[in-house]
Ligand binder design. Structure first.
Ligand SMILES: [Cu+2]
Length: 141
């Protein structure tokens, strides 16, 4: 009885491992040392209510959403949010730049705000490993 139980447990465990690996495989791979970063504004900068954000990417390329090209993706801007689950496709918690844009005008209310970028693949999924920028702070006046 014990043997049957442990065999069943082993089978369940190996199945779980296989499912996790299959999910991992589906995520697009990033290039080691690829970096995404905000070029402007600078961390700590004071900006007007509408300001331009310029996105930087090194080591990988830009492709529009829906376009499955290896080692590319599109930018996602996270404003005042906590980094989402990077194992799931990005949704409404970020602004998608699925056209392949590398800059955007953003309008925010006066006050302190945080900005960061997450690169996502053709299906809006963070890469494996995820390419995420450092968070910057802007003061909107
Ligand atoms: Cu997206």
């Amino acid at each position: 009885m014990n043997k049957i139980l442990s065999f069943g447990l082993l089978l369940t465990l190996s199945l779980a491992v296989q499912i996790v690996s299959a999910t991992e495989l589906k995520r697009s791979l990033s290039i080691e040392n690829a970096q995404v970063y905000i070029i402007t504004p600078k961390n700590g900068e004071t900006v007007p209510t509408t300001f331009k954000v310029v996105f930087g990417l090194s080591g990988m390329g830009i492709s529009p959403a829906g376009f499955n090209k290896k080692f590319t993706g599109h930018h996602h801007l996270l404003i005042d949010g906590k980094t989402p689950d990077l194992l799931k496709p990005l949704g409404g918690e970020v602004k998608h730049f699925g056209g392949g844009q590398t800059e955007a005008f953003v309008t925010l209310p006066k006050g302190k705000h945080t900005l960061s970028l997450i690169l996502g693949d053709y299906l809006h999924r963070p890469h494996n490993p995820a390419v995420v920028s450092e968070e910057i702070i802007v003061h909107v006046k």
